[in-house]
Design a binder for this molecule. Structure first.
Ligand code: ZN
Length: 494
């Protein structure tokens, strides 16, 4: 096992580098109608252990600069990882020339108001910084949890892995903006695959995505993790002898770790304003949502309240400012079931005259910001989980996403989960394997008829939301209670 390392950190220390960029910035700040510099440094450590043995150890640092310019109301970009006076000069000239050339074919002529002047900072809420966690400590944790998953000879694969990311961003602009944000990010997943020679079933921590949070080294509590290992392993074995999910129309309860994907695919993506405007139709797709739907469309039942919330203490996509320096605040996207606002950045809001949020986000220093999700959360209701189950005459509870499919207008979808439970006459009666369901976005959300209370809300995320040309993979967070939907088509699988 050997550490792989790429894009080594330049010899300049972070604070000296920020100072160097400030000095360089002064040379260019008046060379266009608007200029901004954004430096992003990201250190990633990626570790994996299978059946108690180390499999993967990758460590790398990615560091670079994004330059944004505005010429004649048109915005353009130039990026470089060569952080020298010459490297910055070449990137700036590239940005300026490209923007001048393309300004005559601009979709929209902006003014500088879409880059307001702000100053501020953000730091992940944590007790112990991630950089305090040693290689030995993290591998010890992963080895013990991997072995904790392997409770039986029928568990043929027990994987525990962790990705630790330390990210800093320095941003300043010709309007006077100065922002510093730093993030400590943890993606920790565990999975157990059980096999009896005929049947094979995998159970994992929240559908393979595991825990995706912002937080510090204090997250790694072995006792908690070993309890999770026991549950994962027991449920994987249980699935070997479970009945297949029936095919019928009945009530459906989704656990928060499946709601993660349900919210992501059927609320998050269709509400991205650049998709609604058609910018993404060649790649990520369009949306069934029309500009005229905002303020009118009854997206779901009256108990449905969905927020863009960048302030969730340990949610994966929390921040104070988006990647163009727009201050991020909580906002209702859907209130009492009615569609209110879009996931649209300042540019998309200006173009469409539709209310949006601070969500211009880029995956790294070498990508231009586009309209993204961040933390998109469903608010709680008034039921305990037992009360919700008691309301169901016949239905299925589904946990942990394992497959998904949705058309590029985000209208028709089909999801598969790892683990199900049958409900008969208000009681949970048996475990079901291969549970799936399908629906159509607006009728499905209008079938929402119960939510568990705020204290039952669980928060998950994904580090891998893909979109854009060239491709960008970004981190998103989704928090949700348990949700009850009436008369949904469920079915089993092979
Ligand atoms: Zn996505």
């Amino acid at each position: 096992m050997q550490a792989q390392t790429k894009n080594e950190t330049p010899s300049l220390k972070a604070e000296n580098l920020a100072q160097f960029l400030q000095t360089e910035f002064k040379k260019y700040r008046s060379a266009a109608d608007f200029v901004s510099f954004k430096m992003i440094r990201e250190k990633t450590r990626d570790y994996s252990v299978r059946n108690g043995k180390a499999e993967d150890l990758t460590e790398f640092v990615d560091l670079g600069l994004m330059i944004e310019v505005m010429v004649s109301g048109h915005i353009g970009y130039g990026a470089t990882c060569e952080l020298t006076a010459d490297g910055i000069k070449r990137a700036f000239e590239r940005a300026l020339n490209m923007t001048r050339t393309s300004a005559s074919r601009a979709v929209y002529k902006f003014d500088k108001n879409i880059r307001p002047a702000v100053q501020g900072t953000y730091s992940t809420s944590r007790k112990v910084r991630l950089d305090k966690l040693s290689l030995t400590e993290i591998f010890d944790y992963l080895k013990k949890t991997s072995l904790g998953l392997k409770t039986n000879d029928k568990i043929i694969s027990a994987v525990s892995d962790a990705m630790l990311i330390e990210c800093t961003q320095n941003y300043f602009s010709s309007e006077g903006t100065e922002i510093f944000q730093e993030f400590d990010i943890i993606v920790n997943s565990m999975s157990a695959t059980a096999s009896d020679g005929k049947e094979s079933q995998t159970r994992s921590l929240h559908g393979g995505r595991g825990n995706c949070i912002q937080g510090g080294a204090e997250y790694f509590q072995l006792d908690n993790a070993l309890r999770e290992c026991e549950t994962i392993s027991r449920e994987a074995l249980e699935l070997l002898t479970a009945e297949n999910c029936p095919s019928e129309t009945c009530d459906l309860i989704l656990a928060p770790d499946q709601m993660l994907l349900q919210i992501h695919e059927s609320i998050g993506h269709p509400l991205e304003l650049d998709r609604i405007l058609g910018d993404e139709r060649n790649f990520a797709g369009w949306s069934f949502v029309q500009p005229a739907d905002f303020g009118h469309l009854q997206y779901g039942s009256p108990i449905m309240n969905v927020v863009f919330d960048p302030a969730g203490a340990n949610q994966l996509a929390s921040y104070n400012f988006d990647d163009v320096g727009n201050k991020a605040d909580k906002k209702y996207l859907i209130k009492s079931g009615k569609l209110e606002a879009a996931l649209g950045s300042l540019e998309s809001q200006t173009r469409s005259k539709i209310s949006g949020v601070a969500n211009a986000r880029s995956s790294s220093w070498n990508r231009a910001p586009i309209d993204r999700m961040a933390n998109i959360n469903l608010e709680g209701g008034d039921l305990s989980l037992d009360q919700m189950i008691a309301k169901v005459e016949r239905g299925v509870i589904m946990y942990s996403n394992r497959s998904w499919s949705i058309d590029d207008y985000r209208r028709k979808f089909q999801f598969g989960c790892e683990y199900g439970k049958l409900i008969e006459n208000g009681k949970v009666t048996k475990t079901l394997k291969n549970p799936n369901y399908r629906g159509v976005t607006v009728p499905f959300w209008n079938a929402l008829s119960g939510l568990t209370t705020t204290d039952t809300i669980e928060s998950y995320g994904s580090p891998y939301c893909g979109k854009g040309e060239p491709s960008q993979v970004i981190r998103v967070g989704h928090a949700s209670p348990y949700a009850l939907f009436k008369n949904i088509e469920v079915f089993g699988g092979g």
